[in-house]
Write a protein that binds this ligand. Structure first.
Ligand code: SAH
Ligand code: SF4
Ligand code: F3S
Length: 469
């Protein structure tokens, strides 16, 4: 065990609900039903956090709106992973000066991962006076208090102190439909990959208690959830801060034991801690989807060392080969970074060869983006931008050809799918491996599992028909 995880006391959370009541009374006195708009950037962790922000806002009496125009509260839940993500936020934040001019009562908040960086908060203080409140991920649980302070004091609020992080249970959550639900099982990250900002903005790794997670999953399934995605930056180290003899694989088994028909997915797994026990557990349970997102980042062991990833090419391949051997038909996806400082052409080719060897179903490819404050931002980076773009394009071309071939291999096969929605005139569905399928059919099938015969394919998705219409 390393750190002791701090849980926010129930009393402190009750105090936040009292702030919700005050905000609600504030609007009630004015005879107004206020509107709120929450914009989310970044990963599923942020999506899950936004569900909590919406939950709090609903508790405060706000109705959700689809845009910032006319909203009484706008919350920008931001991502700091790459420079491009930050630029988009600053651009959109600038545009809010206009919505605020048209609706001067509008209160604007910035939160999420960007709010954990002092370079960002300094810039907001100086150049974005229309932003009323800023709070880092550690302070999300205090949002009602921050909102109330802005409304009642008319002064800007900054809740950005750097903390190791805690866990708050019991924040209301406005889920975007229940059929497919996120469940955060842990927060933060201890890995400090040299390129990555996440450990700095989300604090140390901390796990939720297993009984809290199980209760949440049980409730979701009872209410009709058919797909649970467990979230964490590094789910394989779940429980290390809480238990001596209970790990992520044990948690998966216990969730799979909950009665009901559902799939469990999870992300992200760090290859460093991806154990045979985990893969054996996945293989043993029909409820654990045979899908694995296992980011490798680079095919070169030298680069992996410079990235501080704690595995090399051989260890990664060994893990993947074992996973494939116990789960035939496993759908594998990954993240990769092109143009890490000092990456040579030969090292880049090692990444290409790893992709060709593993044959991923899909890949998320990124060009290295220096993040101020991380070690890699200070490393010598002589490769020109054009060369990095060329590597990026080559990698995408190699992967697209593989994805297309793998998808074509599905045609003619019958796949069990969860019908999850509609896109124009077609139903949308997901295979157990998480592949997207479009098929004709009626809305009353949404929320059910169906046998679907794949009839066509593209790089990104499949088309199909019901096997037993
Ligand atoms: N915790 C996850 C990843 C979270 S970030 C893991 O360790 O696998 C999602 C992806 O963004 C990473 O896998 C990485 O490929 C990419 N990424 C992170 N920092 C980056 C940076 N500075 N530049 C480019 N890509 C980056
Ligand atoms: Fe970032 Fe590495 Fe942590 Fe993933 S494991 S969040 S890449 S530091
Ligand atoms: Fe971005 Fe924060 Fe997720 S930096 S990728 S939103 S953890």
């Amino acid at each position: 065990m390393n750190t002791k995880t701090t849980v926010i006391p129930e009393e402190a959370l009750k105090r936040q609900f009292a702030f919700c009541d005050r905000v609600s009374a504030y609007w009630h006195e004015k005879g107004i039903t206020p509107g709120a708009y929450v914009e989310t950037y970044g990963c599923q962790q942020n999506e899950a956090d936004s569900e909590k922000i919406r939950g709090y806002l609903t508790q405060c009496g706000y109705r959700m709106m689809p845009q910032a125009e006319g909203a009484d509260v706008v919350v920008m839940n931001t991502c700091a992973i790459r420079e491009h993500a930050e630029q988009r936020v600053f651009g959109n934040l600038g545009a809010l000066t206009h919505t605020k001019r048209r609706h001067p009562e509008q209160k604007i908040f910035l939160c999420g991962c960007m709010a954990g960086q002092s370079v960002v908060t300094d810039r907001i203080r100086k150049s974005y006076p229309h932003v009323d409140g800023v709070f880092s991920t550690h302070h999300l649980w205090q949002f009602p208090e921050i909102l109330w302070n802005v409304l009642s004091q008319g002064r800007r609020q900054f809740y950005i102190t750097d903390e190791p992080g805690s866990i708050a249970e019991g924040i209301p959550q406005n889920r975007d439909g229940i059929l497919k639900s996120w469940v955060s099982i842990m927060y933060g990250c201890n890995n400090f990959c040299t390129y990555c900002i996440v450990p700095y903005v989300r604090g140390r790794e901390r796990s939720r208690r297993k009984e809290d997670i199980l209760a949440e999953c049980r409730e979701l399934i009872e209410k009709g959830c058919r797909e649970i995605t467990l979230l964490g930056q590094n789910v394989n180290s779940y429980g290390k801060d809480l238990y001596d003899n209970f790990d992520f694989a044990d948690l998966l088994s216990e969730i799979a034991d909950i009665p009901g028909d559902f799939w469990i997915r999870f992300m992200t797994s760090h290859p460093r801690d991806a154990s045979r026990k985990l893969f054996d557990t996945m293989a043993a349970s029909p409820k654990i989807a045979k899908q694995l997102h296992l980011p490798f980042q680079s095919g070169s062991s030298r680069v992996l060392k410079a990235m501080n990833r704690h595995y090399d090419r051989e260890k990664y391949l060994e893990a993947v080969n074992y996973a494939k051997s116990v789960m035939p038909g496993l759908v594998l996806t990954s993240d990769v970074i092109v143009g890490f400082p000092g990456e040579t052409e030969a090292e880049f080719e090692e990444t290409v060869s790893l992709i060709e060897q593993v044959r991923y179903d899909a890949l998320f490819t990124f060009i290295f983006s220096p993040r101020p404050g991380t070690p890699a931002a200070d490393m010598a980076d002589p490769t020109p931008k054009e060369e990095k773009n060329r590597r990026f394009d080559r990698l995408c071309a190699v992967q697209n050809a593989i994805s297309e071939e793998i998808h074509a291999g599905y045609v003619g096969k019958t796949l069990r799918c969860l019908i999850d929605g509609r896109d124009k005139d077609m139903l949308t569905a997901r295979t157990e491996g998480g592949r997207l399928v479009r098929l004709p059919g009626d809305d009353d099938l949404i929320g059910t599992y169906q046998e679907v015969t794949a009839t066509g394919s593209t790089t990104w998705s499949l088309t199909g028909t019901l096997s037993h219409p």
